[in-house]
Structure formats: structure tokens, C-alpha cells
Design a protein around this ligand. Structure first.
Ligand code: N7H
Length: 484
């Protein structure tokens, strides 16, 4: 919930709230004629842009919500010469791949689609509605308005998954549970939620760490940097790996053992229940309770009553070797949600600025029977990943580079080679096998003869197909760009 008193009518809706619809089209375009585009922004487009206040109330929610964001290439095409004070944005996402592999964000550009490697994307419209028909109607209207001033470069149709899978991404895990609370906006703050300053997300807010670097005229104020990534998920391959490597075959069925491995890679069960709170079996009631499903910090080892004895034996074995700073019996150090939000693993005396607001949606069809049977992906599917932040190098690139793809992070544990994030981490962007520690709760990472026991993931199950950095201006910012 958001405290509407503090929301100006100015922000684009996706930044703080999301689009709140089951269908969302990402429509990437090139600007052929900046002057015409700006004049159409003034006469038609800006009036159609959906704001935070509009999306929050059912009475004012449009049939099809619309947001608009520009790349640096696009701002140049529109004659905007101000430096926004974010070098990653200025240089574009493609430039974060250059240098020796693994590149700064770990992708290899050979997996990118040509639309993203061309570097010609100027802007993106986000169109969201209950049906694809509604979206197509709105898109046709935009295209008729903008005529030859734009060219379509690429489209990704995102869709919530059907039925009981709604809210779950293609691997089957519930998404969108943990977001930072924004001081002044989020009310109430839920147990376990970290409250951070609005300036981590909104450019030009009083708490924006780069305030001095923003355009002096203030037009960028209340905008946010939108990181877009097309992340393909190899679902049948991922499922096959889990099926072939069930954990704890002493006490679990094969199916349960495979579920446990997936949950320990993610840090949550498919229901969304955090394994830190329920390490040995899923708990859908806990998963559905917003007051409990995010309330943990990886620090509390006092309540181990629900941890099976054999987990404790491993815990004690490692403890006795005096190698332990914290234990991973309840959640591996390298689990996806622990890598990207390490909570109590970080030095408590330093405020963590590495937060993003996620607004992603799955894309691509449901798994087919033949993909299931063969274990081989035949249709492109994955996550249309969207993250907002006021500083890309504090947000997305930091997470990707320093935490997700660092084998040593979280630093300072007894194991210096925890491995990359087992869900989205990569060693070379090309599926090189990777060692992940701590996944099997029955096998100590380091045994009595100083041999490390890792689970080896034979390849990457998430592959980047590329993306771009955009700036999502406030309504006043859009008016400035239009030249009003
Ligand atoms: Fe992740 N997934 O659905 O499998 N993510 N993520 N993510 N992610 C999260 O806690 C997933 C990706 C974050 O506060 C959940 O809300 C997939 C990137 C952050 O504890 C699930 C992909 C980045 C969190 C997934 C993917 C992040 C988070 C648990 C790619 C950043 C919050 C649901 C295909 C660069 C962590 C929840 C917290 C949670 C999935 C990518 C970041 C299920 C499939 C690239 C910050």
C-alpha cells in the first residue's frame, strides 16, 4: 500500500506501483523525426501517460495504462542535451558488456538479439491492460498518431501466467513478494521490509545521492532509470536438472528432493515461502501471509525447532571446525534472494544503498508437452525484467556484477568460493558449468579432509538476450522534452 498524501500526480505509474495488469507490451521504437515526435507528445501522448495516483484508484485506472521512457540515444534524437548524471545510462547497456569477458554485467553479446545490439532503440512504450486486444487497440492509436516519426524496432508481449500460476514466473516460483519500502510512501511497512529513502529510486528527490549531478533546470526530477532485460529461461532444462539431482534421498521422495534443490537455489519454495523460515518443507499458509513471508534476516539461529536433526548435525560439524560465521543450514549463502538482498549478512553499521524496485512480467508461452518430454526448450520464454533506481551503478549493475556474478559473495563467510547466483548468475554468459556451495544440506561444504563439496550446475538456465537503459521522466519532464 502507498500513502497517497505524499504522491504527487507526477510520477509514471510503473516506478512505485507497477502496471497492475495481466498483460504488458514492451514496444521499442526508433525516432525518425524528433520535431514531429515532440509535437505529438504535446498534442496527444502526454495526456495518455498513466501516473501513480491514477493507477492506485480503480476509479481512475485507464483501460490500458501507458508509460514512456527514453534511452540516451532517444534523448539525443529529441534534442535534449542535458547530462542526466548517470554514466551507465549515457553509454547504454551494450557498453556494459565491453572489456574482457566476463564483461561488467557478465553477458556475452553473442546471446543478445540484434535489436538490442544495434544500439538504435530510442524509446519504449509500456502498454498494460487486461487483454492483448486492448493493448493492440491502444498501440494502433499511438502508431496512427506518431505516423512515420517512429519505426517499430522490437516488441515483447509479457503475460501473467494462467490460473493458479498467476504471479509465478516460468520456473514456477512466486515472484513480487519482497520490495523495498519507500520512506514517505509505503504505509504500512511490512515486517522484514527495509525502508529506504525515495532518492534511491526517484531522481532529484532530496535524498538522491547524485543530486548535484542532475540537470540544473530540474526537469529530470521525479523520474527514474528503467533497466530493461530480456532474460530467457530454459525451463525444461532447469526442471530436468532438478529431477536428476534430488536432495536428501534418505528421508525425501525423489520429487520432494527435487523441490528442495530448487527451493535452496531460489531461497523460497515455489509458493513463495522463504526457506529460511521453513527449511525442510513448503508452507503455503506462511507464503500467503504478507506479515510473515518476508520477515527474516538470515541472522536468527535461535529458533531451530523446525529444522530437521540432520541439518543440525551438518551445522555442528562445520561449527566444530570453527569455520562458521553464520550457518547455511536454513538457506544457502548463495541462494538467489540472499545474493540480491543479503539482509543481515551485510555490515549493519552501513546503510545498504543497493535496492531496486522490480516490475517484471513473464513473457512467452506455457511449456508444451513435447518440451516437457524432451527436456529441451523449443519456444522462447522468460522474464521481461524491469528494475527502477536513481543510480544504475548502485542498483542493477552493482547487483549483477558485484553480488550475483561474484563467486565470493556474500563475503566473509567460512567458504570463500560460494559460487555465482545459481538462478541468474553466470561465469561467461555462455553457460560455462559453475560450482555452487551450500545447496545440499546433508553434505558439508568442506569435509574433514578439506575437500569442498559443491553442486555443479552444468550450464546457465537463464540467458540474457539483451536490454537497454531508459529514463522514465515525470509528467513535467515529458513536457520539458516536448518543448512546452
Ligand atoms: Fe530475482 N524468479 O522468479 O525465479 N527473483 N529473478 N532478479 N530478485 C526474486 O522475493 C527471478 C533477477 C531480485 O528482497 C524472487 O519477491 C528470475 C535479476 C531481487 O529478498 C524470485 C529472474 C535481479 C529480489 C525471482 C530474476 C533480481 C528478487 C522471489 C530472471 C537483479 C528480492 C520473490 C529470469 C539484478 C529479494 C520475491 C529480496 C526476488 C526470480 C532475475 C533481483 C522467485 C526467474 C536480474 C532484488
Amino acid at each position: 500500500a502507498l500513502n497517497t498524501d505524499n504522491i504527487q500526480p507526477a510520477y509514471q505509474s510503473d516506478i512505485l506501483v507497477g502496471m497492475k495488469k495481466n498483460q504488458e507490451l514492451f514496444y521499442f521504437f526508433h525516432i525518425n523525426n524528433g520535431a514531429t515526435f515532440r509535437s505529438k507528445m504535446s498534442s496527444d501522448i502526454i495526456a495518455l501517460i498513466t501516473t501513480t495516483t491514477e493507477i492506485l484508484s480503480v476509479d481512475t485506472q485507464p483501460v490500458t495504462a501507458l508509460n514512456l521512457a527514453f534511452s540516451q540515444h532517444g534523448l539525443n534524437a529529441l534534442g535534449v542535451t542535458d547530462d542526466l548524471g548517470d554514466p551507465n545510462f549515457t553509454n547504454g547497456q551494450l557498453s556494459d558488456l565491453t572489456g574482457d569477458l566476463p564483461g561488467p554485467i557478465g553477458d556475452n553479446n553473442s546471446t543478445w538479439v540484434s535489436e538490442f545490439t544495434a544500439g538504435t532503440i530510442d524509446g519504449v512504450f509500456l502498454l498494460a491492460s487486461d487483454s492483448v486486444d486492448n493493448i493492440n487497440t491502444e498501440l494502433a492509436r499511438l502508431q496512427a498518431t506518431l505516423g512515420s516519426s517512429i519505426t517499430t524496432l522490437y516488441q515483447i508481449q509479457g503475460s501473467a501466467r494462467p490460473g493458479a500460476e498467476a504471479g509465478h514466473e516460468h520456473f514456477g516460483f512466486m515472484d513480487g513478494i519482497s520490495q523495498p519500502a519507500v520512506n514517505g510512501f509505503t504505509n504500512p511497512v511490512l515486517p522484514g521490509q527495509t525502508a529506504v529513502d525515495a532518492g534511491l529510486f526517484l531522481v532529484g528527490a532530496a535524498s538522491d545521492p547524485n543530486l548535484a549531478a542532475r540537470p540544473a533546470s530540474g526537469w529530470a526530477t521525479d523520474g527514474s532509470f528503467l533497466v530493461f532485460r530480456q532474460l530467457q529461461q530454459l525451463v525444461p532444462e532447469f526442471n530436468k536438472f532438478l529431477t536428476q539431482h534430488p536432495l536428501d534421498q534418505n528421508t525425501l521422495t525423489r520429487e520432494e528432493g527435487s523441490e528442495l534443490l530448487g527451493a535452496r537455489m531460489m531461497g523460497r519454495w515455489k509458493s513463495g515461502a522463504p526457506i529460511y523460515l521453513t527449511p525442510t518443507r513448503d508452507d503455503p499458509v506462511l507464503a500467503a501471509d504478507p506479515k510473515r513471508n518476508n520477515n527474516f534476516d538470515y541472522l536468527d539461529n535461535s529458533n531451530q525447532s523446525n529444522v530437521d536433526n540432520h541439518f543440525n548435525q551438518v551445522f555442528l560439524l562445520e561449527f566444530s571446525r570453527q569455520l562458521l560465521t553464520l550457518d547455511e543450514s536454513r538457506c544457502p549463502f548463495g541462494a538467489h534472494i540472499r545474493k540480491v538482498h543479503p539482509r543481515g549478512d551485510l555490515d549493519a553499521s552501513v546503510e545498504n544503498p543497493h535496492f531496486i524496485i522490480r516490475s517484471s512480467i513473464p513473457y512467452g508461452p506455457e511449456l508444451t508437452a513435447s518440451e516437457n518430454a524432451t527436456g529441451v526448450t523449443a519456444h522462447d520464454r522468460g522474464l521481461a525484467f524491469v528494475a527502477y533506481q536513481s543510480d544504475i551503478s548502485n542498483g542493477f549493475t552493482f547487483l549483477q556484477n558485484v553480488w550475483i556474478n561474484s563467486i565470493g559473495f556474500p563475503f566473509g563467510k567460512y567458504d570463500p568460493t560460494i559460487g555465482v547466483d545459481p538462478i541468474i548468475g553466470t561465469l561467461n554468459g555462455l553457460g560455462a558449468p559453475k560450482n555452487i556451495s551450500g545447496l545440499d544440506p546433508l553434505v558439508p561444504d568442506l569435509d574433514q579432509t578439506d575437500v569442498w563439496h559443491d553442486v555443479v550446475l552444468p550450464t546457465d538456465y537463464v540467458i540474457s538476450k539483451g536490454g537497454e537503459y531508459f529514463f522514465s521522466p515525470s509528467l513535467a519532464g515529458l513536457e520539458f522534452i516536448a518543448g512546452e
